[in-house]
Design a protein around this ligand. Sequence first.
Ligand SMILES: Nc1ncnc2c1ncn2[C@@H]1O[C@H](COP(=O)(O)OP(=O)(O)O)[C@@H](O)[C@H]1O
Ligand SMILES: O=P(O)(O)OC[C@H](O)CO
Length: 495
Amino acid sequence: MKYILALDQGTTSSRAILFDRDGQIRGSISKELTQIYPRSGWVEHDPVEIWESQREVARQALSQAGIAASDIAAIGITNQRETTLLWDRATGEPLHNAIVWQDRRTAEFCDRLRGDGHAATIAEKTGLVLDAYFSGTKLRWLLDHVPSARQRADRGELAFGTVDSWLLWNLSGGQLHVTDASNASRTMLFNLKTLAWDEELLGLLDIPASVLPEVQPSSFVYGQSTPDFLGKAVPLAGCAGDQHAALFGQNCTQPAMAKNTYGTGCFVLMNIGEEPVASKCKLLTTIACSGRARPEFALEGSIFTAGSAVQWLRDGLGIIASSSDVQELAESVPDCGDCYLVPAFAGLGAPHWDPYARGIIVGISGGTTAAHIARATLESIAFQVADVLDAMSTDVGSPVQELRVDGGASANDLLMQFQADILQVPVVRPQVIETTAMGAAFLAGLAVGFWQDMNEVEQIWQSERVFEPVMAASDVEQRRDRWQQAVKRSQGWHS
Ligand SMILES: Nc1ncnc2c1ncn2[C@@H]1O[C@H](COP(=O)(O)OP(=O)(O)O)[C@@H](O)[C@H]1O
Ligand SMILES: O=P(O)(O)OC[C@H](O)CO
């Protein structure tokens, strides 16, 4: 068998990518996913659309490449994390739209938990900062607000899952109710030390254990897809949250190696080895996939708005026709004209964790143009990443040596150069920037022996371009200082 099929269910799209043994992409299809905004700060997805779009792109990827199911050695899944679903075990019907990771509806409940002194316990057990971002409070909201959900959950009739579980359930025709440790680690219900669901946290959030999926390693044969999915049963052999998959796909398997994925948000992860060391700088401790039964750990800085700010330039302001046009517009001015945009559209994530921050543009003068705003938007992405990497360097006691990059917006050379300048370290872009899907493919391929071991997969990763810093240190300091002033002005706006 010649290929691994990676299913990458992201926030804005469902993708299917075929990898051959050399890690080359042999087929790729993507379909945009509808974003549902029922109220300010709420974000939902239609679970049926998630599944059907993923099924459609998988089938199309095979037919476009002229590949049969019998050529596929295994399927690897990777997904937007934290997004929370609840469905009926008997019928497979969702009880509600999926509540997306960006959704802030449980922010006040999180404030109450914080006020009652639970933040430290949650951080110690889960490695997470108490925030509406994670699945636990979203699941509680569903149980409390969907009519009769709690009674049905107590009777064992309901299944909770993140997007990976939902896909595995559907791919297996309802046979599998399972997740992997990386996705479990984002629920705020999973204990990083015992690597199991935590009874005390289930009690605190009033979540019945009956709704929870089984937790398995990320590189593991979970089961088989139903024959009708691709025409023949295929092993479901890899599963990881998209950022964990990207860290693995970037070969950041040694301590201190870091990557950033520039997608809807930005997610900076640094491998920290075998111990789940706690952050002192409001970063998350999370799972790093290892290709073995026992996971390793990573520090993570989650930035909620990055590429989606570029989408806002396109859809909200209408100053570009497509996301990739932002580079040309931004390059048409030599600098940002002292204009700073803080894209706190959904609050600020790491290292600020302010759900009440909102977006601002400061420094507008009569001479400010759409080009300055486009440039400030790109720069805001790099400034946010630099804030997170500063926190990481403080936590591990040494500065990062290089940053590996991937995700849709890493194609933007202006952004990558500015990132290297602001960080003052090289930014390394690999030949395959679909690193998330590649990580999922590696996990699945290792589980079924398509690739024999880590040495084999490590040979596959190749650098495409290294962006070296060229900006003077004094300029970096001045620019970052202005950025920090802008961030302060964005905070605590929404009440
Ligand atoms: N050339 C580009 N410059 C800047 N941003 C871009 C560019 N191409 C895509 N993007 C942004 O990257 C995001 C898409 O990246 P992707 O990795 O597909 O995201 P996700 O996995 O979060 O759905 C979009 O938000 C888009 O606006
Ligand atoms: O869909 P992405 O690639 O923006 O990733 C979303 C993250 O997993 C959210 O934590």
